[in-house]
Design a protein around this ligand. Sequence first.
Ligand code: ADP
Length: 496
Amino acid sequence: MPRHVLAIDQGTTSSRALLFDEAGKVVATAQKELPQHFPHDGWVEHDADGIWRDTVQVSREAIAAAKVAPGDIAAIGIANQRETTVLWERATGRPVHRAIVWQDRRTAERCRELQRSGAAALIAARTGLVIDPYFSATKLAWLLDNVPNARARAERGELCFGTVDSYLLFRLTGGAVHATDAANASRTMLFDIRAQHWDAELLRLFGVPASLLPDVRDNAGDFGAATSDLFGRAIPIAGMAGDQQAALIGQGCFSPGTIKSTYGTGCFALMNIGAEARASRHRLLTTVGYRLHGETAYALEGSIFVAGAAIQWLRDGLRVLDSAASSAAVAAESGPSGIYLVPAFTGLGAPHWVPEARGAIFGVTRDTTGGDLVRAALEAVCYQTRDLLDAFAADSGMKPAAMRVDGGMARNDWMLQFLADMLGVPVERPALNEATAFGAARLAAAGAELCASPGDFGASWQLDRRFEPAMSADRRDKLYAGWKHAVETVKDYTAG
Ligand code: ADP
């Protein structure tokens, strides 16, 4: 009986495939960088067809590297960058435009109009989201309005909409399955998270024909099969979730009150809040954590758009950093400088939600070095996490016992120590830093009935390192007050 599970982790900056054995151990990985397109200020696009080709390539490479026969792979699980919007031809699978990436701000004006028209209450009540270009609905509306003939073709049923999960699924199944999962659907701003179906009123509001929409399924279960020409045998696709929800599952956050924070391009903290979709009073999002056997577990989420992206900018744009990995040593060497970097390159996310904001640096002197900026960028990630944790605590009345972290940036020991200091809560890094892919594998294993529930696949959570808060409360409060002042100043400047 086949026992391996192939996890596809299609992220913002790369497409990856990881092959897990039946004990939940990674036996092979393959990865390909994903080119980013920035056609205008604040616009971010990906080539969806390229994402598909890269996904097949890395999957084949991982299978080959593991020396596992296709017949030994029980199921495929997909984790994906969320909200990124693809519109494609039903007949050919060809995208009609480049994918509009979650970071893209082109619909900021449309969002302001929605805000002015008083749509916020309806949107929050149905979707748990705040009005922001981040989510798919205004991106899809933009495509329908701006791609020649798109609306007419959509109305004739010739086009499909989906986030990256849906698009990959459609291509993997040779066009046989146009579906998504409840967690990905909850990020479109078209999905009623309590009733668990597409919302007719929101479809009208955004001018979206229902024929475009994928079927919404549980996160673990039957999503069809990858066609046999791809990997030598038809392989069932049995699990799917957006990357942050996948990480929640990979980190084992199954009980209410548990929380994880993933540090990649952006930073996303999710807290499991159980079976009731409680609304946030502090501008966090309420979202689907996962849906299994028709039962939904909800999560509160805080989204920060720029985390590792600031490190990329310092490395590739300003060229003051050799590699992301060296940022820890550079920050340690730089020492405290009094500099605050507010990395609002694509607006401010939770809990501020100011799409028009842009970044700022405070406290620059003649002595300021590139290293100081690197340190300030890492500190900014921690200050922003503190903003989120305070909102979580205010919403839930719970201060978590610890924060579980993962993602590319969680390799940075210096940052995790500063994070523990700033939160006043221990920060825990798991032995397996691949929480997102592991979550996808867990869902696929459960969907293919290799185990009863996702948490049964693989070893239980194991600690790599725990970072204890060590900073005095005085110093923490002083540093954090400086950050708050910097963010408020950016907001005032944006308001003009
Ligand atoms: P994504 O899934 O969003 O593509 P990853 O989880 O692969 O992102 O993380 C990559 C990001 O983490 C990049 O933005 C990179 O700059 C940053 N990064 C990687 N290693 C480090 C490190 N040691 N210190 C700081 N940032 C890092």
